[in-house]
Design a protein. Structure first.
Lengths: 100, 492
């Protein structure tokens, strides 16, 4: 692992993850993340020359479903856990445009 | 330095998002349906509840493979799904399932017919599967409403190389892609329903005084009509040129890099969009819930065999075998079912040109009125063949055939029954036509004189008399018989 964990990186990850971190937490997590990376860094010692990268942890492939409609939730069920709603829409703070 | 020595070459690449016409979503069995009440096609998988297990839709994979094959792409033997992380209300899981480094299809091309009749090969870099996001509704000032019916609908993202150099080429490519996906039956590609969305990347290569300047590449997101695409590319070419002229050394790809712009439909302009610096930090990683897909030669080959003849090949065949004009052949190959109608009627023994005339006359008029394809007008190949044969045999004339065609589209039935019921069968009974001819001759002595005298107005006068007979018959007389009897009686 060439990337080292510094405080700025932790702040950046926090921002990307929409997690508000106190300065104290930034320090704690930096140390913890560095420890975890260092531990996994042991894997770097293995010679992986000529080994195919692993795409998945289980040796399954082509798990595919037929294109046949099944049950959906009712809007009532779907919205049951929503913090707020507007009719049958999920209600969120004002945003502009679509994501894509 | 002379302005006239300046050459401007627009360089455009296009990303096209195509919603696939599967019955269900990509990872759950909620219906893939547009226009229903909000949040009626949702389940724990597509609204991002914890602990659920998505299962890939086989039909979506096969549709995507078909497009890849039709685009002459290499369809990968091994493909996998990745998570693209970002936060937005219409993306309930906070990541989008997409394909990052191992797309299903790569390195293909689409042959694009241009308005001048030539074709141009536009290279396709990759085509990968991903899931669509939900829809944000912005009609309230105070908040945004989210409808997740679209969340998880299969989306094929087709990325071209920057091979287009003019507005017309971009439009032609987009239209050719729409025709292709409809042809393959993998998407309705309906613009109003958001089935196709465009993202052009545009910059200019400007040569002046032996130097080449490159303007920053501008990406314009989320265009959902051909008109918006056309206006965006045209506007960007003009805007980038103006910005470059004002600052030839500064407004360059090296100094500015890439810009994101949004399209303002009302003003017809694009506007600069500042992006958060972390916006593109998507932290892709393989989705642990989804198993990779191995594509065997048999699977790939079976789908390739289903593709059959593509639009441009069929158009060429119609011109060669049916002797249709480019325009006629092009109009009849906009979608596969319309061409199939023609092919089946011809196999039934009908004349291709007569069938084409019927389809492109009344057929196209009705289709235009109702906003659908000629095949959807509802006249079957059997009806078309019978009607064309009646025309060829002189049993109905062209005017009557048009009326019959309209009737067939409205109420169905057989062309012969309709012709009989509506009194549209041509009268070829010599006695009846003879009576009409005598009547016309008696009523128009001047025209008769002109024909008999053989002067320069002879032809016109004969045509006039033909018309009079047709009128007397109410359009029902067989024209060949009218002509024969008129000539006989006038001795011309």
């Amino acid at each position: 692992m060439s990337k080292t964990i510094d405080l700025d990186l932790v702040r950046h990850i926090g921002k990307l993850s929409r997690i508000a971190l106190s300065e104290q937490e930034v320090g704690t997590f930096a140390a913890q993340l560095a420890g975890i990376l260092e531990y996994f860094g042991k894997l770097q010692e293995l010679d992986t020359e000529g080994v195919e990268p692993m795409a998945h942890a289980v040796q399954l492939h082509n798990v595919l479903a037929d294109d046949t409609p099944g049950e959906s939730l009712t809007p009532e069920q779907a919205l049951a856990n929503a913090p707020d709603r507007d009719g049958d829409f999920f209600k969120v703070p004002k945003v502009i445009g679509d994501s894509q | 330095m002379s302005e006239t020595n300046e050459t401007i070459k627009p360089v455009v690449g296009l990303e096209i998002h195509v919603e696939l016409a599967t019955a269900t979503k990509m990872f759950c069995r909620c219906r893939n349906r547009f226009g229903d009440p909000p949040n009626t096609h949702v389940c724990p998988v597509c609204i991002g509840m914890p602990g659920v297990l998505p299962v890939m839709n086989r039909q979506a994979v096969e549709y995507a493979m078909k497009v890849g094959l039709a685009l002459h792409c290499t369809v990968a033997g091994f493909t996998k799904w990745d998570r693209k992380s970002y936060y937005y209300p219409d993306l309930p899981k906070n990541y989008q399932i997409s394909q990052y480094d191992l797309p299903l299809s790569a390195d293909g091309f689409l042959e694009v017919p241009l308005p001048d009749g030539t074709t141009r090969k536009i290279r396709v870099r990759r085509a990968h599967l991903e899931e669509d996001a939900g829809k944000n509704i912005h009609d309230k000032a105070s908040h945004t409403g989210v409808d997740l019916n679209r969340a998880g609908v299969p989306l094929l993202e087709i990325v071209s190389e920057p091979d287009m150099n003019a507005v017309e080429e971009v439009l032609a490519y987009a239209r050719a892609m729409q025709r292709l996906v409809r042809w393959l039956g993998v998407s309705e590609a309906n613009m109003q329903m958001g089935h196709m969305r465009f993202e052009p990347n545009i910059n200019l290569h400007i040569t002046r005084g032996g130097r080449t300047f490159k303007t920053p590449i501008c990406e314009v997101k989320n265009l959902n009509s051909f008109r918006a695409l056309e206006r965006t590319v045209a506007y960007e070419i003009q805007r980038q040129h103006a910005e470059w002229q004002a600052n030839p050394e500064g407004y360059s790809i090296d100094k500015v890099g890439k810009e994101n712009r949004g399209y303002d439909d009302e003003a017809g302009v694009t506007v600069f969009q500042r992006e958060k610096e972390e916006a593109h930090d998507y932290r892709y990683f393989p989705d642990p819930d989804l198993a990779p897909v191995l594509v065997s030669d048999e699977w790939r080959g079976g789908l390739a065999a289903q593709i059959g003849e593509l639009p441009l090949a069929r158009r060429a065949r119609y011109m060669e075998r049916y002797a249709l004009s480019f325009k006629e052949a092009d109009a009849l190959t906009q979608d596969a079912p319309t061409g199939d109608l023609l092919d089946t009627a011809v196999t039934d023994g009908a004349d291709a040109k007569r069938c084409a005339n019927l389809l492109l006359g009344r057929g196209a008029a009705i289709a235009n009125d109702r906003g659908y394809s000629i095949a959807e007008v509802g006249v079957t190949a059997g009806q078309l063949a019978e009607l064309a044969k009646m025309l060829s045999g002189g049993e109905v004339n062209a005017t009557a055939a048009d009326k019959i065609f309209v009737k067939l589209a409205e109420t169905g039935g057989s062309p012969r029954q309709v012709a009989e019921a509506e009194g549209l069968l041509a009268v070829s009974d010599a006695g009846q036509i003879s009576a009409w001819v005598d009547q016309a001759i008696a009523a128009n002595p001047k025209a008769v004189e002109d024909v008999r005298s053989g002067g320069k107005s002879q032809k016109k006068a004969f045509g006039f008399l033909m018309g009079q007979v047709m009128r007397l018959s109410g359009g029902a007389a067989a024209p060949a018989e009218v002509q024969r009897l008129l000539q006989q009686k006038l001795g011309s």
